[in-house]
Design a protein around this ligand. Structure first.
Ligand code: PAF
Length: 252
C-alpha cells in the first residue's frame, strides 16, 4: 500500500495506472467498519482500490465540530492495509484549496432542506471537495454510504450533471448489533450514550409516523433537529451528549 501526501506525485502515479479499473472511497478518516465495507466493496469490484483521508474544512459549519473531529491516521492506515487498499491519498488543506475556498459548487435551492438547511454550507463543501477528489482519482466507481443519504443523492446528481465518468455506488449503512449506524462521531459518546443512540434507528424503523418517532426520541433525552419523510426514506438528525447523530431508513 502506498501513501501519497503530495498531489503531483499522486497524479504521476495515477497516470501510471491507466487502463486498470479503479475503485475509490473518499473518507475523512477515523475509519470504522462502515468505511471497511466500502473498501471491501471496491476491492471486490476493481483492480485498484484508492482511499482518500482528508478532513474537509469547507463542509463544517461549526468550527468546534471541525476541531473535535477525530483524527486517527496511524490506525486508519493499519486498517486500510489489512483491507487490501492499494493507494491512500492524504493531502493537506493547502494543496486541496490552493486558492482558498474561492471556487465552489452550489446545490439547487430545492435541495437546501434537512442537512442542507440545518448545516449551512455543508452540501456546497461536500460537492466541491468530492468534485476535486473525483477529478484527482478519475475512478471507474466511487463508493458512498447510504447513512449520509442526502450526500449520496447530491453527489450522484452532481456526477450525472457534470458528465463525470465515475459511477457513484450506493452502499448500505453498516450498523452495530444495537442498530446504531456506524459513524466516526460515535467515538465521542459515553457507553450509556451509545446504547441510547441506538434508539434513533429503532424510532425511525418502528414509529407509525414522524411525530411518534420524535416523541420516542425526546423521551430518551435526545434533542431532535428534524425527522422528515422524503425520497422514499424517513430521515432524522438528533443531538445526544453534544454529538450530532443522523440516520435514515426506507419508508413509504
Ligand atoms: O462522508 C464523508 O466522509 C465526507 O463527507 C466525504 C464524502 C469524504 C467528503 O469530505
Amino acid at each position: 500500500m502506498r501513501v501519497w501526501e503530495n498531489l503531483d506525485e499522486w497524479q504521476a502515479r495515477r497516470r501510471s495506472l491507466e487502463g486498470r479499473s479503479i475503485g475509490f472511497v473518499p473518507t475523512m478518516g477515523a475509519l470504522h467498519q462502515g468505511h471497511g465495507s466500502l473498501v471491501e466493496r471496491c476491492r471486490a469490484e476493481n483492480e485498484i482500490v484508492v482511499v482518500s483521508i482528508f478532513v474537509n474544512p469547507s463542509q463544517f459549519n461549526d468550527p468546534s465540530d471541525l476541531d473535535r473531529y477525530p483524527r486517527t491516521l496511524a490506525p486508519d492506515l493499519a486498517m486500510l492495509e489489512k483491507l487490501g487498499a492499494d493507494e491512500v491519498i492524504v493531502p493537506s488543506a493547502a494543496d486541496m484549496y490552493p486558492n482558498g475556498y474561492s471556487i465552489r459548487l452550489e446545490p439547487h435551492p430545492d435541495d437546501l432542506v434537512l442537512e442542507g438547511a440545518y448545516r449551512p454550507g455543508f452540501l456546497q463543501g461536500v460537492m466541491t471537495i468530492v468534485m476535486k477528489l473525483l477529478n484527482l482519482v478519475r475512478a471507474h466507481r466511487a463508493c458512498f454510504g447510504e447513512k449520509d443519504y442526502q450526500q449520496l443523492r447530491t453527489v450522484t446528481a452532481m456526477a450525472q450533471e457534470f458528465f463525470l465518468p465515475t459511477v457513484i455506488v450506493a452502499c448500505p449503512t453498516v450498523r452495530e448489533k444495537s442498530g446504531l449506524a456506524m459513524s466516526s462521531r460515535n467515538a465521542r459518546l459515553s457507553p450509556g450514550g451509545r446504547e441510547k443512540a441506538a434508539r434513533l434507528f429503532h424510532a425511525l424503523s418502528t414509529a407509525n409516523d414522524c411525530a411518534e418517532a420524535r416523541d420516542m426520541l425526546e423521551k430518551q433525552g435526545m434533542e431532535v433537529e428534524y425527522i422528515e419523510e422524503r425520497w422514499g426514506r424517513r430521515l432524522a438528525a438528533a443531538h445526544l451528549e453534544g454529538v450530532r447523530l443522523i440516520d435514515n431508513v426506507p419508508c413509504c
